[in-house]
Design a protein around this ligand. Sequence first.
Ligand SMILES: *[C@@H]1O[C@H](CO)[C@@H](O)[C@H](O)[C@H]1NC(C)=O
Ligand SMILES: *[C@@H]1O[C@H](CO)[C@@H](O)[C@H](O)[C@H]1NC(C)=O
Length: 395
Amino acid sequence: MAFRPGFLLLALRAILAVSEPCSVLFVNQGKHPITLEYVPPGDEPNRYIGQVVPGQQHSEDSHCGHQFALRVEKGPPTTVLIKSAGKVLFKAQTVKVVVEPAGALIGSEMRLDTPGMRAQVEATRKECQIQFQGHQQDVDYFCSKDFDHRFYVEARVEHTDAEFKKKHGSAMKERERGDRHQPPKFSTFTDVGFKVGSMPQDLHTELLRFHSTERLTKAKPENMLVFCPNLSGRESDTWLLALPQDLRNKIETSMRPILAKWSGFEPDDLQLTAIYGVRLYHNGSVLYDHVDRVDTHVISAILEVQHMVGGAEADAADKELWPLHILDHDGGQHRVRNQVGQMILYESATCAHGRPQPFIGREFANVFVHFAPRGWPDKFRVQPGQPRGFRHPEL
Ligand SMILES: *[C@@H]1O[C@H](CO)[C@@H](O)[C@H](O)[C@H]1NC(C)=O
Ligand SMILES: *[C@@H]1O[C@H](CO)[C@@H](O)[C@H](O)[C@H]1NC(C)=O
């Protein structure tokens, strides 16, 4: 049956009348990745949205009254009905997903309407306008009131600088311990631990096109956790331009053989564990040296999609433009210069890496791809004193 345009318009009005927009932030506070699905009305099957890994979040422009299902891999779904804009905090308990508070949503905290919040919103907007000066479309999008309540703004109202420093400082100490203690416990797959090259040209072309056409329509605040020791949502104004499935597939098929060859595995021996991005780092972002989550992020690549820096900014920043710091397997320190179209292959759970000086510029856009060899991590633990270099079994 074909819809007549008039009918469609009426139906649309009816839908809009009953459902106010509700932006929802799904925050995984647990230790296991959780699958997020949209539950359509009627008996259509659920629509897969994505995986929310521990410590990360997914923002969804939803409507009040919509329902979502959260589940651990094969566990039963926990359904949440969205009643207002806000955050859905959840974690996995064995196979069940627990949502706080049970089954509903806290909406009020996103609508802090206090003098302090209003002043902070104004101050952040002014900074934002200065940062994107000369790029009116960037100002219109990134400094708009739609994003007034991102963590980057809220967190400055919720905690003073001193309170933040104190709590973040102890998370940073924990991170530094991890940087020292995690690498010796696992096998290594290459001599050095990282390698710099160019990503396949056709992949770069598609990622660039996606980035340039969608950054000012689809990018959302990433809302990293405020006390995250690697990339704090209070310090760094990062955004996420979520990749569509066809591009994710293209990234997987392009990068699997490259990473397999580099690490000495057959392509089928690597399991795709995450594709993340496009992450847009804005001016002032700081990524502290860290090792990645050990359960999934093992054989990885950073794809440098686009760097937007003006002439004066490039002069002010050092000419290396926010280099990647990375430690090799022998503890040697390296600075990798950036290059649009560059890919950095790296063993992300065993080579501490970061961009610890603030990024000075307009936007730095990266995609992250992570694979793990089958049997990871248990088959690849190393006893103290044993050699770490993994020897592939002879065929
Ligand atoms: C960019 O960030 C740096 C470091 O945080 C800051 O000093 C500078 O004022 C910012 N520049 C603009 C144009 O916002
Ligand atoms: C952040 O760094 C810590 C410590 O290095 C690490 O345990 C954690 O998994 C990192 N987070 C992510 C998301 O990689």
